[in-house]
Design a binder for this molecule. Structure first.
Ligand code: UN1
Length: 497
């Protein structure tokens, strides 16, 4: 019998009201069933939101340092079970064990950061314009947060949202991606065992179109945090806009690595391979464009192809494997359709370009590491997010053209430049339209204690990660205290003639 994972509502594991379930299978080996999960709908969301709303006043009343102590204890549980959780994540998502350990580690680091931040959640004290009066700003929780998560970082991303939101004093209803729900179950189990009270965190499994929509539309949800595609992000923003809910969006990317003629090519090669094929290219920060200056273009393309073609692709549970499968058959089909588009557009397929089907590969959704040369900036493979192991290599004549090409997509998440010229590196930092710029490092690998997010179609100005996440999940309260004993009129009594 497969393990049954039920929704977690008000501290209890409960089946979907409809009784429906769905299967979660390993994308590297579809015979491997991870579990059967509740297929929920709006009725289950209503139960979860009601529980979160009821739990809010008592949770809010606990001092932030005490709430954060529970986050610290939950983090200890993650540390103790890191390898076990990484294995489950590799089975449900496909990325290799080294990377799933990194994903759990990102959650651990985010928890330790919350354990420190609980003693800050600082406000500001400002002078008043009147005598015997003071002014300060404090930060208050907001109520129930809805969280909608993607499948590519199944524990790290829920942790980016839950740790700061709960530490700030909010309660939450989280919807994991349908493809990777077990990692959220494991994470939330640690929170509950560490002492997060019933109703403070609730998990509802199911599809975006039902569970996600119900969260967006629920009048008792104060804010929604969403990580996923720009297309769905627009929908989230529209629905939240109608009821003036705060929403924090972290959306798509079409990240590029620039390599100038003077770069350390070996270093640039390692960066491009890790950025393009790590997580099978399924990161919103993935390097999907390599912009090479004319003097190094041919050599770099050859170096990338030689190595990409040799990457060991297979089941991520095997420690010798370097790249896992696509997360689902649908994702693999999307990747393949972009490869066909690239060929039709006239790009040169330099390696890969097809599914891997023989032998052990036949059990899952594997795809060859794929590199296109002769890509021009107008091509769809140079403009649209693919979310798979496909790298488009573009030739440019100089720094200015490299910057123009990098900026020439609707997205603006991560960016990178490899050069030994410090002046050009600093100019790139200024000119690249992205929330994140790396110098001599790949586009992936953001650290959890720094703001994470992007510009243009990548988001709506919020940054989850670091201290800025605490701004998202709290509301400023401005306080004036007049100790003059008299009525003092601001803007009238303080006029200086
Ligand atoms: C994502 O792909 O949605 O910077 C997040 C990185 C990781 C996070 C990626 N730390 O690549």
């Amino acid at each position: 019998m497969a393990t049954e994972y039920r929704n977690f509502i008000n501290g209890k594991l409960v089946p979907a009201r409809s009784g429906k379930t769905y299967e979660n299978r390993n994308p590297a080996d579809t015979a491997d069933l991870i579990g059967v999960f509740s297929a929920s709908d709006a009725a289950d969301v209503a139960d979860a939101v009601a529980a979160a709303k009821a739990a809010y006043p008592a949770w809010k009343a606990i001092p932030a340092p005490a709430r954060g102590e529970i986050m610290r204890k939950a983090t200890e549980k993650l540390i103790a079970r890191k390898d076990e959780f990484a294995k489950v994540m590799t089975r449900e998502m496909g990325k290799v064990l080294k990377e799933t350990r990194g994903d759990v580690q990102e959650a651990i680091d985010t928890g330790l950061y919350a354990a420190g931040e609980r003693r800050r959640i600082w406000g500001t004290v400002a002078p008043s314009e009147l005598p015997n009066k003071m002014a300060y700003v404090t930060r208050q929780p907001m109520g129930v947060w809805g969280m909608i998560c993607p499948w590519n970082f199944p524990m790290a991303i829920p942790s980016w949202k839950l740790f700061p939101a709960l530490t700030c004093g909010n309660t939450a209803v989280i919807k994991p991606a349908t493809l990777t729900p077990a990692s959220t179950a494991n994470f939330v189990q640690c929170l509950a065992e560490a002492g997060v009270p019933a109703g403070v965190v609730n998990v509802v499994y199911g599809a975006g179109g039902t569970v996600g929509e119900a969260l967006l539309n629920h009048p008792d949800v104060a804010g929604v945090s969403f990580t996923g595609s720009s297309e769905v992000g627009r929908r989230v923003a529209e629905v939240c806009g109608r009821s003036l809910k705060r929403c924090s969006l972290e959306l798509g990317g079409k990240n590029a690595q620039i390599v100038l003629d003077d770069a350390d090519l070996e270093l640039a090669l390692e960066g491009a391979l890790w950025g393009a094929f790590g997580t099978t290219g399924q990161r919103c920060t993935a390097t999907s464009r390599l912009i090479a200056q004319a003097g190094v273009y041919d050599q770099l393309l050859k170096m990338v192809v030689d190595r990409a073609a040799k990457l060991r692709v297979g089941n991520g549970l095997d420690e010798s494997i370097e790249m896992g499968p696509c997360v689902s058959d649908a994702q693999r089909q999307t990747v393949h359709s972009y490869v066909e588009i690239g060929k039709q557009e006239g790009a040169r397929l330099a390696c890969g370009g097809g599914p891997l089907k023989g032998g052990a590969h036949g059990k899952g959704f594997f795809y060859q590491p794929t590199v296109f040369g002769n890509v021009t900036p107008q091509m769809r493979i140079a403009r649209e997010e693919i979310f798979g192991p496909v790298l488009s290599v573009i030739k440019v004549k100089d720094f200015d053209e490299a910057v123009r090409v990098l900026n020439g997509t609707p997205y603006g998440l991560s960016s990178s430049i490899y050069t030994r010229n410090v002046n050009l590196a600093m100019k790139a930092v200024e000119l690249l339209e992205a929330g994140i710029t790396y110098v001599n490092a790949p586009t992936i690998g953001a650290e959890c204690h720094l703001p994470f997010g992007g510009v243009k179609d990548t988001g709506n100005g919020h940054r989850e990660g670091g201290w800025t996440a605490y701004d998202i999940f709290s509301e400023p309260k401005t306080v004036y205290i007049d100790y003059s004993g008299a009525l003092q009129k601001a803007q009238i009594d303080n006029v200086q003639d």
